[in-house]
Design a protein around this ligand. Structure first.
Ligand SMILES: [Zn+2]
Length: 530
């Protein structure tokens, strides 16, 4: 087996320092279990001395079974002039009682004298005493050398002495931290190499990088390249300021690019799910361009490029997306050559052979519509209907005679303006004329349309509008500009997007509404229900 890199996750501690990231205690337990299932080696649960919620987490996980992961508590070395057994923070670590403890100490002489106001010698004693004391209570003691790289750049000799103090006391791993996240890969390489030469001991080293100059992942990999076998980071790179080193990129880089072992190979395909799971619980929107796992990470747009990807994926993809649980996407756009359409058509079960009149007709229609401002990314349902129309397979579910929308503002009255819509149409040859009010003109139109159709198509009652987005296409024209409306609808079973473009917002909304209803009815027909 090749070299194994231990992964130390600190999403639950350092990750929660990120703006807008907060987890309840139950969230933390669920994340810990998910990370354990992925095969992460260490999970840092929190800082029991700083936060009572964290202490409760450690009590809660004492009975939980973890297959791979060891739970770790985080804290500081003892305070100056206080014995470890008398230090409240250290006692909180002991009380938390997980198998592993990680304590951080100062490596930068300036921090010792200016921030904690003690002598350089006392700081070394604080490190040594704390490690030695904690070894009596824990299976493993990890020492985080805070501000190591910054300290080393100013006073290498003192920074190294702090590591030696932790090592002499028996720490199991010495983690070099780029706490301010400002170091570059070539500096990390030089300093790690120098530390290894100077220490000349067998104590494993680790790396804890932050992303302030966007080198969190690069610095972690560089350290591994220099022989470091313990990497700390967070899921999706959550963390203070610009975040921590992102484990969701580090793990596949180690395994797929550097040929090293870390989590079990059979679990690697869970990576995207884990990334989504944590962003869901953190209530953070997934990052579309996130390397390896983002929606756009393997999305292809250009025409020639797409035909190449379909023949030989390696031409435009650095790795197989399925390995990390992602998948290839082909986007429909004005750049589309025919192969995009064929791919998309195949996805929808419509069989089109290259260069057939059908394929050419769909392509022409698409180009004309995109010229007018239509965009089918996010509106796959409208694209599917477009293909049907181009193929002559489209069967309308109703014929519109006309609609009218009135918005009435009563002067001098505090109430909101009232919107009312009337719709005249024929369903199965029967004329219908309905009126409805609503919360704004589009809502009123939606109600009137449903009122006319629901008796004929009761399954429409299951359908709701989930999202409504408006984009003004040529902003320089002001109110005369074209408007694009994107609607997302759902029926509990599926969600789908539709689009409309017109000179006015009501007409654009109407188009997207009608597509949404047609899509729902057509899909129900295909399933043989309704
Ligand atoms: Zn950190």
């Amino acid at each position: 087996m090749s070299r194994e890199i231990k992964i130390y996750d600190t999403t639950l501690r350092d990750g929660t320092q990120g703006e807008g990231v907060a987890f309840s205690m139950e969230d933390k337990v669920r994340i810990a279990q998910r990370l354990d299932a992925l095969g992460i080696h260490y999970i840092e649960g929190g800082w029991p001395g700083s936060n009572p919620k964290d202490l409760r987490f450690f009590k809660r996980v004492q009975d939980a079974v973890f297959k791979t992961a060891k739970i770790s508590a985080f804290g500081a070395t003892r305070r100056p002039g206080v014995r470890p057994q008398d230090d409240a923070n250290i006692q909180a670590l002991v009380e938390a009682g997980p198998p592993v403890v990680t304590i951080f100490g100062k490596s930068w002489d300036f921090h010792v004298t200016a921030a904690i106001g003690t002598t350089l010698e006392e700081n070394l004693a604080m490190i040594g005493d704390s490690v030695a004391y904690l070894l009596k209570h824990f299976e493993e003691v990890i020492y985080d050398a805070e501000h190591f790289f910054d300290g080393y750049k100013r006073n290498p000799e003192y920074a190294l002495r702090t590591l030696l103090a932790a090592e002499a006391a028996g720490a199991h791993c010495l983690v070099l931290c780029d706490t301010n996240g400002g170091s570059l890969p070539h500096e990390i390489a030089e300093i790690v190499a120098h530390v290894k030469r100077t220490l000349k001991t067998g104590t494993p080293l680790g790396i804890h990088a932050h992303n302030d100059v966007e080198c969190g992942v690069a610095n972690s990999l560089t350290a591994v390249g220099q022989g470091i076998d313990h990497v700390q980071g967070t899921i999706n790179g959550y963390g203070e300021r610009c975040g921590n080193a992102n484990l969701v990129s580090i793990i596949p880089n180690l395994m797929l690019k550097m040929g090293l072992e870390c989590i079990p190979r059979s679990n690697l395909h869970e990576l995207r799910d884990v990334s989504r799971f944590v962003s869901e619980l953190a209530n953070r929107k997934p990052w579309a361009s996130q390397p390896y796992v983002g929606d756009s990470a393997f999305a292809h747009k250009g025409g020639i490029h797409v035909s190449a990807v379909l023949k030989h994926p390696e031409t435009y993809e650095h790795t197989d997306p399925e390995l990390v649980g992602n998948h290839r996407r082909v986007l429909v756009s004005e750049l589309a050559g025919q192969s995009n359409i064929l791919w998309k058509a195949r996805e929808y079960g419509i069989d089109l052979d290259k260069n057939t009149p059908d394929a050419r007709r769909i392509l022409d229609m698409l180009k004309r519509l995109e010229d007018e401002g239509f965009q089918f990314e996010g509106a796959e349902a409208s694209f599917e209907l477009l293909m049907e129309r181009a193929l002559g397979n489209h069967r309308p579910y109703f014929d519109l005679d006309g609609y009218r929308v009135i918005v009435e503002e009563n002067n001098g009255d505090d109430e909101e303006p009232v919107a009312e819509a009337t719709v005249r149409l024929k369903v199965k040859g029967i004329p219908e004329h309905t009126a409805a009010s609503g919360n704004g003109p589009v809502d009123a139109l939606d109600h009137a349309l449903r009122k006319a159709l629901e008796d004929f198509y009761p399954s429409l009652k299951e359908m709701t509008l989930l999202d409504y987005k408006v984009r003004i296409l040529d902003e320089s024209k002001g109110t005369a500009a074209k408007t694009r409306v994107l609607i997302t609808s759902g029926d509990g079973d599926e969600t789908w997007g539709t689009v409309g473009v017109a000179d006015n917002i009501i007409e654009a909304s109407w188009q997207a509404l009608v597509d949404s209803i047609e899509y729902k009815l057509r899909r129900d027909d295909k399933k043989g229900r309704r």
